[in-house]
Design a binder for this molecule. Structure first.
Ligand code: URA
Length: 413
């Protein structure tokens, strides 16, 4: 198609709806290099201001997902399912959920991302397990899926290349927080897994992308509409991210907590969310899912995943020693009372300061640092008792994190 890009950008700038073939030509041109970054930036900004309707968003998603390779499951395959979270603080749900759902006979081809900003990423958490390889080819992923029913991997260069390129561009052009662009970005990657069912965990609050429930609803609706357009059953749960999920934040610390969950323990809010999401996509009932956590079946499946990705499950019980931060210090409560707030955004900032996350895509993350034993809101506390433990590189980092924790915790007398 002979596309005149300035005209197309101008039409979007003026709030017009674009036909699917023009959106396709734009995305194809961007991936091949014919459409330069400056035109794509202008287009993204026009979408940011003028939005896209459901048909345009679906066309953008389809063009992006078809820009690269997709999973090609054999003709007779079990239900292929996945979960996506829009991200939060202490959100380690993927780690227990993927093995749990795989135990119920469904296939889980989970392609995940890295942490950026204050939110953590599944790949960073998994890589805190020594030797865990998330960079596998689609062919190997497909083989692993038919062997153990689950794969946990990163986006390869050939998987949704349009999203890879466009996301980096959006990141530096102020065009990330646009519902159609976020929808197409997330759904293109998930639908390239060739799914039958997808559950979305759409977060809102201080520790999430979407600050209000209303914005989260809009994003959820846009993603459900794209799923409908593409014949994929999409469920969305809206969940607050005003407080960290569970009691640990930080890469290795979150893997340790995930293993507790897989062994039938761990914090109640984590277990509940894992089950809430798993029951939307699994052929098993909630009761059966609970039993699979409690009887060690899901834990065994996690060992299988760890082995399949080149790591040694024998390291799992020793993660705390493998990644022991140089300084582990309790953060004491300033008053006696009841904890009424643990601000997720502040805790996320503090974790970032410690080195648990990254500010730029190529920053290294520190697997050892973060927080554990976090007291949850509603729980009583005595002055001087720990509100959490801080795992830091040194006292300077501890003090920096503690200054943010001073703002994160609120205690009512
Ligand atoms: N996550 C994504 O993968 N893409 C976005 O645009 C936002 C969050």
């Amino acid at each position: 198609m002979n596309l005149h890009v300035p005209t197309l950008i101008g039409r979007k700038r003026d709030g017009k709806h674009l036909p699917a073939d023009e959106i396709r030509a734009l995305i194809d041109g961007y991936v091949s290099g014919e459409v330069p970054d400056y035109q794509m930036s202008a287009f993204a900004m026009a979408v940011f201001f003028k939005g896209m309707n459901a048909a345009e968003t679906a066309a953008l998603t389809r063009s992006m997902l078809e820009s690269g390779d997709t999973f090609d499951h054999p003709r007779s395959h079990p239900a292929v399912v996945d979960k996506h979270s829009t991200g939060g603080i202490g959100d380690k749900v993927s780690l227990p959920l993927a093995p749990l759902v795989a135990c119920t006979g469904a296939w889980v081809p989970m392609v995940s991302g890295r942490g950026l900003g204050i939110t953590g990423g599944t790949l960073d958490k998994l890589e805190s397990i020594p030797g865990f390889n998330v960079s596998i080819s689609l062919d190997d992923a497909q083989r692993q899926l038919s062997k153990i029913g689950v794969v946990m991997m990163g986006q390869t260069d050939r998987f949704c290349p349009a999203d890879k390129k466009l996301y980096s561009l959006r990141d530096v052009t102020g065009t990330v927080p646009s519902i159609p662009l976020i929808t197409a970005s997330i759904m293109s990657k998930k639908l390239a897994e060739s799914l039958d069912k997808l559950v979305l965990d759409v977060k809102f609050g201080s520790g999430a992308f979407m600050k209000t429930e209303k914005e989260a609803r809009q994003l959820a609706d846009a993603m459900i509409a794209v799923g409908k357009e593409m014949n994929v059953e999409v469920h969305a749960l809206l969940n607050p991210m005003s407080e960290p999920l569970g009691r640990s934040v930080g890469n290795a610390l979150e893997v340790i907590e995930s293993i507790e969950c897989l062994e039938g323990g761990g914090p109640d809010d984590l277990r509940k969310l894992v089950l809430d999401l798993a029951e939307k996509i699994s052929p098993a009932s909630r009761k059966d899912l609970e039993a699979l956590l409690d009887d060690g079946t899901a834990r065994k499946k996690f060992d299988e995943i760890v082995s399949a990705h080149g790591a040694d499950p024998k390291d799992l019980p020793n993660l705390a020693e493998i990644h022991e931060a140089p300084l582990i210090r309790e953060y004491p409560a300033p008053d006696t009372g009841t904890v009424v707030q643990v601000d997720a955004g502040m805790v996320g900032q503090a974790a970032l300061q410690l080195g648990a996350g990254r500010s730029r895509a190529n920053d290294a993350v520190n697997f050892a640092v973060g927080f554990d034993q976090i007291v949850k809101s509603g729980e009583p506390i005595h002055q001087g008792a720990p509100l959490c433990r801080v795992h830091a590189n040194d006292i300077v980092d501890y003090e920096m994190a503690a200054a943010l924790l001073d703002k994160a915790f609120k205690i009512d007398p």
